[in-house]
Write a protein that binds this ligand. Structure first.
Ligand code: PEP
Ligand code: MG
Length: 880
């Protein structure tokens, strides 16, 4: 096969379609060159070489050297320069480029080809000795640390000393002579650290860099990043070798990163940052704070590129249009301007906030660039979480500590931590933390992931922290220069106020503000674009979407987010209210049925009121009410003092209390006296609940004229007989309530399918059920034989080491649990072709699981209210 693909003006071997082979960067460079955009020529070594390299004990394929030599010769011919030519040297960059972007995870080397001879050529040619020697020292620094493994600080120290000797604090004030001294000192450091002189042969340099890029695919941070983003190691990275252009040759030079639309808001305005007289990595590394690209984003006193370099800006604006029309999506572009001429170094679909993603998809559909179905496909359902996140309550009082850049939206409060490891440690204990760093690097991603919010004191909107936080949906404030961080003392100081590690701060990632202490938050307001997109999603989905809700607030939120009913109302959640728990405990402590009925009679009016409210809010939409499920033991107090208090309140002795608690204790409560087993042991409990449901439904029917649609659901059924017995009780209650009221009502009785036996005998169970709802939480627990309450102790290890691809309590295990669901659905429908099938485990809000539900033809999914929009969109995507 072919290992090396050339690209250049009008003559690329590859194209955007070859992303898997050439990596994102290489494929798009080839594509841009083909459509006539100004791309410096170069070549891409394919990802297959990377894979073969690792498969063959880090050996390159035989044919590689020859193909690289040929491709290099082509570049030399194109630019009219030769590698290692002291008069007119060709310099190249060597960069990684995987199939999906992995920001900052792998290594890059610039200015490759410089040595003691070619640096003189560059000086003469550019007429700028300072530039040439600065470029050479940058090269030694990058190559030294990336390829030769010399510690970065060894180089930094030399610059610091040189600056001190020169009596300056700015790099820009160092002269050519100063840089020459730096280069000599760098070479000494390299020789000393590696035992060999700095390589002078450009070919050796290039192969060293190529090896380092392939090697970086397996470095620890790349491995971590791949794990977090579910990127297989087998994809490999490509290597791009490209003729250098210089953004640091003077004031008519610049380098920058931009987005064809605003990645924060989605606004259709050209958005970006640039640095005059600088080299590309300076922007990304966040070392110098960049300036705005467009005038419309410039603050007073800031000079945009639109003003500073109007011709190059105009050309870039033209390219912006060409790229959007070509790719039909918002692009993230890297460019360099050398002596007023624009060069494109990268384009890719831009990462964006959830808000921007929705706005861009809707606006592109409305302008005809894409169609509505494509717009629906464009938005990642999980990312909607960000839109639905709370923001700071504008009425709440707050103390502003400092301001930074609004790098990633959303608000978060948490305890201050100063290291990624500490963030991870405290988050594992369930604490909300804010990770505070001077700047973040790829080594920090595990901590960024664990934190609720991220604060940095250095870097711009395209710095590592900003890009990664946006991708993760974490609120982030970047570049808050007014804050001084002292890692040693574990403090941050802003405007005379000191905050210690472990104290609380609040970030507003939408405004860039940082506040002392905790600030109350409010629910988000959704945009018109969001409503449009949801509307298009609804037009394209087959699956219904309901919510799991039991409180009026949950039910209202669910409706607001578009739920088409309640798929699971867990009635036990209604029993913990302080006003009711006493009656529940009285019922548990009663010695006989009469005693239990007395206590249940106290609960009836509360329970009836609960259902009245749910029925009112759901206004004629189906409401699935699940009868009591957990073991009774859960309702008794656990602490000894509390036990005494409760015993006293109930007027029973502490001994009786202890004895009852002892009787109810179970070795395996999740497999114990719960679900319909309770209803069979204590029929009066389900009777009370059924009565409350029917009376409430009749009340609301009378009041509103619209009859509610109660669906009564029996939990933990494993055998048809269990359902028959409980169903008969419910029908009895219905008869009695309807007789008293003198009117009737439609209702249905169904069951959860959450035990393997229920799934395997679903054909029989279906004879007695009006509907099935898959309780995939318990089903996952019982199919795996894996306690859902304890699995957290070892399951993450299973996922990390690849024994399981994902946490099966989050995303359905299609192979095992999914097979069980599929069997039950088929068997159920074999008995009753129209049997209504839903899912109400946590998986009902997980996009991958929703895709599975669509595949097997369930009727609806039910999930927590906040996930309803996620489910609507995921259901549409599954159907398209
Ligand atoms: C389930 O088991 O999936 C379910 C929805 O019920 P619960 O989580 O209440 O056990
Ligand atoms: Mg369950």
């Amino acid at each position: 096969s072919k290992y090396v693909y050339s690209f250049g003006p009008g003559a690329s071997d590859g194209s955007a379609a070859l992303k898997n082979l050439l990596g994102g960067k290489g494929a798009n460079l080839a594509e841009m060159a083909s459509i006539g955009l100004p791309v410096p020529p170069g070549f891409t070594i394919t990802t297959e070489v990377c894979t073969e390299f690792y498969d063959n004990d880090r050996q390159y394929p035989q044919a590689l050297r020859g193909e690289v030599a040929a491709a290099l010769a082509k570049v030399e011919a194109e630019v009219g320069r030769k590698f290692g030519d002291p008069a007119k040297p060709l310099l190249v960059s060597v960069r990684s480029g995987a199939r999906v972007s992995m920001p900052g995870m792998m290594d890059t080397v610039l200015n490759l080809g410089l040595n003691d001879a070619t640096v003189e050529g560059l000086a003469t040619e550019s007429g700028d000795a300072r530039f040439a020697w600065d470029s050479y020292r940058r090269f030694i620094q990058m190559y030294g640390s990336v390829v030769l493994g010399v510690a970065h600080h060894r180089f930094e120290e030399i610059i610091e000393t040189t600056k001190m000797d020169a009596g300056t604090i700015e790099d820009t004030q160092l002269t050519a002579e100063d840089w020459k001294l730096v280069v000599a000192a760098y070479q000494d450091v390299v020789a000393h650290e590696t035992g060999k002189p700095f390589p002078q042969d450009p070919h050796d340099q290039m192969w060293g860099a190529i090896g380092a890029v392939f090697g970086s695919w397996m470095n620890q941070r790349a491995i971590t990043y791949r794990r977090l983003h579910e990127i297989p190691a087998s994809w490999g990275t490509a290597v791009n070798v490209q003729a250098m252009v210089f953004g640091n040759m003077g004031d008519d030079c610049a380098t920058g990163v931009c987005f064809t639309r605003d990645p924060s808001t989605g606004l259709n305005e050209f958005y970006g940052e640039y640095l005059p007289n600088a080299q590309g990595e300076d922007v990304v590394a966040g070392i110098r704070t960049p300036r705005p690209l467009s005038k419309s984003y410039a603050k007073p006193g800031e000079i945009s590129m639109e003003e500073a370099l109007p011709e190059a800006y105009a050309e870039l604006a033209r390219v912006r249009d060409v790229l959007e029309r070509h790719y039909h999506d918002m692009q993230d572009i890297e460019f360099t301007i050398q002596r007023n001429k624009l060069y494109m170094l990268q384009t890719r679909n831009g990462k964006r906030t959830a808000n921007a993603s929705v706005r861009i998809a809707v606006e592109m559909a409305e302008s005809g660039l894409i169609d509505q179905r494509e717009a629906v496909m464009r938005v990642n359902p999980q990312s909607l979480d960000q839109l639905l996140h709370p923001t700071l309550d504008p009425k709440a009082t707050r103390t502003l500590l400092a301001r930074g850049l609004p790098a990633s939206p959303g608000a978060a409060s948490g305890l201050v931590v100063f290291s990624a490891d500490e963030a991870e440690m405290r988050a594992q204990k369930g604490e909300a933390v804010i990770l505070v760093r001077i700047e973040t690097s790829p080594e920090d991603i595990h901590g960024m992931h664990a934190a609720r919010g991220i604060l940095t004191t250095r870097g711009g909107m395209t710095s590592h922290a900003a890009v990664v936080a946006r991708g993760m949906g974490r609120p982030c404030v970047a570049g808050a220069g007014g804050i001084h961080v002292d890692y040693g003392a574990k403090t941050l100081t802003a405007g005379g106020v000191t905050v210690r590690a472990g104290e609380t701060i609040t970030l507003d990632g939408a405004t860039g503000e940082i506040f002392a202490g905790f600030v109350p938050m409010i629910e988000p307001a959704l945009s018109g674009d969001f409503a449009k997109l949801m509307d298009w999603a609804d037009q394209n989905r087959r699956l219904g979407v309901r919510a799991n809700a039991e409180t009026p607030l949950d039910a209202e939120t669910a409706r607001k987010f578009g739920a088409e009913g309640i798929g699971l109302s867990r009635t036990e959640h209604m029993f913990f209210d302080p006003e009711r728990i006493g009656a529940v405990r009285q019922m548990i402590m009663a010695n006989d049925e009469a005693g239990r009925r007395t206590a249940l009679a106290k609960l009836l009016p509360y329970q009836r009121q609960d259902f009245i409210e749910l029925f009112r809010i759901m206004a004629g939409l189906p409401v699935t009410i699940r009868l009591l499920d957990p073991p009774l033991h859960e309702f008794l107090p656990h602490a000894e003092e509390e036990l005494e208090e409760v015993a006293e309140a109930l007027g029973v002795g502490i001994e009786a209390m202890r004895q009852r608690a002892g009787e109810l204790a179970e070795a395996n409560p999740m497999l114990g006296h719960r679900g319909c087993r309770l209803g069979i042991s204590f029929p009066e409990i389900y009777e009370m609940q059924a009565r409350a449901i029917f009376e409430a439904a009749l009340d609301v029917a009378r009041e509103t004229g619209a009859a509610p649609v109660p669906e009564i659901m029996i939990p933990l059924v494993g055998m048809k007989r269990e359902l028959d017995i409980t169903r008969a009780q419910i029908d009895e209650v219905a008869k009695s309530v309807f007789a008293t009221a003198g009117r009737t009502l439609d209702y249905s009785v169904g069951t959860m399918i959450e035990l393997p036996r229920a799934a395997l005998t679903a054909d029989t169970i279906a004879q007695s059920a009006d509907f099935f709802s898959f309780g995939t939480n318990d089903l996952t627990q019982t199919v795996f034989g894996l306690s859902r309450d304890d699995a957290g102790k070892f399951l993450p290890k299973y996922v990390e080491s690849g024994i399981l691809p994902k946490d099966p309590f989050v995303s359905i295990d299609v192979e095992g649990v999914g097979a069980m669901v599929r069997i039950a659905a088929e068997k159920g429908r074999a008995t009753k072709p129209g049997l209504k099938l839903g899912i109400c485990g946590e998986h009902g809000g997980d996009p991958a699981s929703i895709t599975f539900c669509e595949e097997i033809g369930l009727d609806y999914v039910s999930c927590s209210p906040y996930r309803v929009p996620v489910a609507r969109l995921a259901a549409a995507q599954a159907a398209i």
